[in-house]
Design a protein around this ligand. Structure first.
Ligand code: GLU
Ligand code: MG
Length: 460
């Protein structure tokens, strides 16, 4: 029993989780005290934080954090001209519901990880906390529209150290990743992330990992853990995994696809209406319309790296234009298929997939954007957008579909001009975001595309 287990009520599920963590057998190879890492993730979408001995961790524990850390860009330095400087302090306030335990990484002791909200020193939410950005979006959807959602993130990445040919989806490619693949599924499962599928993907040495849907904050927390567990596991085997949008010019892209449904407060789906196009209810159509409408303005946030725009092009099965597509893998928003084998009910299954995102996007922000854009579509009572059925024909039939920005700089300009999307963020967050991304764009722009890909492949 530790301090935390004594200090919370018996009915609190957190108590059970903490007790399980503290009673778990220690790693046989590790004669060390177990630590807990109190984590956040930022504009660079890198997991950061501080650790302490798990035995000293209490329900009320919080650790210090620095506002200017938000200004650390993808390239690993605090950029100039951000509103946060050398003064000011925050607290990392752990959300105990997010506590997970990583065990089974060869040569590395087990580690508990808990995600934190960033709060001011008086405990009030910090204006630029990315996790609070998602929490607020979820709350807004619930209070304003009576809606909830379950979501999951699908990740693609490349084993940069793999040798030889890669035949798409092949058993050989699958076996070559062993024992990492089996270990990955095991570590994810034991950490409570509910892994679903692990597969060799289409691209060279590309793999994909999916986990089960959960409430939005849990889903985004899981996305963060999936990345870090993959990095950890590959690194522990002397291998290198990269989720960068394009690891080398001409290679298949790595996407981060977000699946989500829409339910009422009791968990009943509100998406399905078989009498309407795409089987989408009027409400789901408005929600989708918001995402399509604000897609171009959100690009700087969901596709935030200079090389993101190499991926977002026609024929990449990523996102060719900002449109809603029926089972179309070039859509920004895809209406996913349903499994009706043996009379299975499609109504519970019908859901959307947002395909524009990549690893550069902070999962809390990425999902927060999708939910806020959808909510704005409901607020504005937008009509269901055109649903592209069949193959995309950009030369003719679908030439009118709205384009996404062509590069990061253009995306930043579109974001700045859009009062709705900009208005979802604190002015200080936006100023920091712009400073980081302009700095990053200026620094990588001078390099060849191959070098840009290499820079990001190392970071991500
Ligand atoms: N690799 C594609 C992307 O960049 C996705 C392929 C797929 O799974 O449909 O998003
Ligand atoms: Mg895929």
């Amino acid at each position: 029993m530790t301090m935390i287990a004594n200090s919370v009520g018996a009915a609190d599920p957190t108590q059970t989780r903490m007790e399980e963590m503290n009673d778990a057998p220690s790693h046989p190879a590790a004669d060390v005290d177990e630590l807990v890492f109190i984590a956040t993730t930022d504009i660079a979408a890198r997991t950061k934080g501080r650790s302490m001995r798990l035995a000293d961790f209490e329900e009320s524990t919080s650790l210090g954090w620095v506002p200017a850390n938000l200004g650390i860009g993808s390239l690993g330095h605090i950029v100039d001209d951000i509103p946060y400087g050398s003064t000011g302090d925050l607290r990392l306030k752990p959300d105990l519901a997010s506590l997970a335990r990583l065990d089974g990484i060869p040569g590395r002791p087990p580690l508990s990880i808990v995600f934190a909200d960033l709060v001011n020193t008086d405990g009030t939410p910090w204006e630029s906390c990315p996790r609070t950005f998602l929490r607020d979006a979820v709350e807004q959807l619930r209070t304003e529209f009576g809606l909830t959602t379950r979501c999951s993130f699908e990740h693609e990445f490349v084993d940069r150290t793999a040798k030889g040919d890669h035949h798409p989806f092949s058993l050989q490619a699958f076996r070559r990743a062993e024992p990492i693949g089996s270990k990955l599924m095991t570590v994810l499962s034991r950490a409570g992330l509910e892994p679903e599928t692990w597969l060799p993907e289409y691209g060279r040495h590309q793999y994909e990992i999916t986990v089960a849907p959960a409430d939005p904050v849990t889903a985004a927390d899981r996305a963060i853990l999936v990345r870090d567990i993959v990095y950890d596991l590959f690194d522990a085997h002397g291998r290198e995994a990269s989720f960068a949008p394009v690891v080398a010019p001409g290679e298949a892209g790595n996407g981060v696809h977000v699946h989500f449904g829409l339910d009422d407060k009791d968990g009943n789906t509100v998406i399905y209406d078989p009498s309407r196009p795409g089987r989408l209810s009027k409400l789901a159509g408005s929600f989708a319309a918001g995402i399509i409408k604000y897609g171009p303005a959100m690009a700087a946030l969901f596709a935030p790296l200079a090389t993101s725009y190499q991926r977002l092009a026609p024929h990449n099965w990523s996102t060719a234009r900002a449109f809603l597509g029926l089972q179309n893998r070039e859509a920004l928003l895809r209406i996913c298929p349903t499994n009706e084998i043996d009379g299975r009910d499609p109504s519970r299954q019908l859901h959307f997939e947002f395909r524009g995102g990549d690893i550069g996007a902070n999962p809390w922000i990425l999902l927060g954007l999708i939910l806020r854009a959808g909510a704005q579509g409901l607020r504005d009572e937008l009509e269901t957008p055109e649903i592209v059925v069949g193959e995309l024909d950009l030369d003719d039939k679908h030439a009118h579909l709205p384009k996404l920005p062509r590069n990061l700089e253009e995306a930043l300009a579109v974001l700045k001009d859009d009062e709705v999307v900009s208005g979802w963020f604190s002015p200080a967050f936006l100023a920091t975001y712009e400073a980081i991304k302009h700095d990053e764009f200026a620094s990588v722009q001078a390099r060849s595309l191959a070098e840009q890909c290499e820079v990001y492949a190392r970071v991500y």
